[in-house]
Design a protein around this ligand. Structure first.
Ligand code: XMP
Length: 249
């Protein structure tokens, strides 16, 4: 990611998301995705794909085609599957996404390490791909899970769930963590824990109310931006303006 961000001079990860289309019109989604990608590729360093594309286009059909386009433009491809199952299932999910060419996968740390994340990290790192963990999500209800006060199972002391997840991301050797741009103070708190050793990816810019400049000042390394760019009348202009707003911050 560091190399891609440097060569592209951007820390924007495009969330290539589009609204629902009736299944018989699903090819429209592929056309839109290819067109937005073509328009904005020089303003971004990576692309994050979600179920918005995997469900209508299929992993080894439209999505793999897009991943090839993404990687051909010198960008990285991240799969936002928020993997959340038992280890054996997680491994299979990871193997399919990595076989389709993805560079990294997002997972949910609530599943825990043994027989959850561990097999996932093993298969990912063996293939030299990245694992990114959620830490504090960008939506309002995030407080109900990621914001809970918990008793740490190792220390027996009270702590916040997201602080515990940040410490665990360091311990597990995660390649990134996701913290919502809608909570800049939490980005700063989490940054103190990970100390720059695990990069912070921050979604929730624009449509969800987060501000790019504030998230970067708070400590985010990469910004994940979807609808603010994909649904803009002029996606290239939206991406370039966003980039201008954080250059030099
Ligand atoms: P928008 O359109 O709001 O889309 O810019 C944001 C994209 O990022 C995803 N998202 C998250 N992904 N942790 C994640 O891993 C989060 O906290 C989070 N919040 C939003 C969302 O699904 C969409 O693809």
């Amino acid at each position: 990611m560091q190399e891609a961000a440097k060569s592209k001079n951007s820390r924007i990860v495009l969330a290539l998301d589009f609204p629902f289309e009736a299944p018989e019109n699903r090819n429209k989604v592929l056309v839109k995705a290819q067109s937005v990608l073509k328009a904005v590729h020089s303003h971004i360093c990576a692309v994050k794909i979600n179920h918005h594309l995997v469900l209508p286009l299929g992993t080894f059909d439209g999505v793999q085609q897009l991943v090839e386009q993404i990687r051909g433009q010198g960008l990285l491809a991240i799969m936002d599957a928020k993997v959340n199952d038992i280890g054996a299932t997680n491994q299979t999910i990871a193997q399919y996404y990595f076989a389709a060419g993805f560079d990294a996968l997002i997972a949910n740390p609530f599943i825990g390490w043994e027989e959850g994340l561990k097999p996932l990290f093993e298969v990912s790192h063996k293939l030299n791909r990245g694992m990114i963990l959620l830490c504090y999500m960008s939506h309002k209800g995030a407080s109900e899970g990621y914001g809970q006060t918990i008793i740490d199972s190792e220390t027996g002391k009270k702590t916040l769930q997201y602080i515990s997840f940040a410490k665990k991301a360091l311990k597990y050797g995660a390649d990134g963590i996701v913290v919502g741009a809608t909570y800049p103070q939490k980005i700063t708190e989490i940054k103190h824990v990970v100390g720059g050793k695990v990069p912070i990816y921050s979604p929730g810019i624009g449509t969800q109310g987060g501000a790019a400049e504030t998230a970067v000042k708070a400590g985010a390394e990469y910004l994940i931006v979807g609808r603010e760019i994909t649904l803009a009348v002029d996606p290239a202009k939206a991406a370039s303006q966003l980039l201008d707003s954080i250059n030099g911050v």
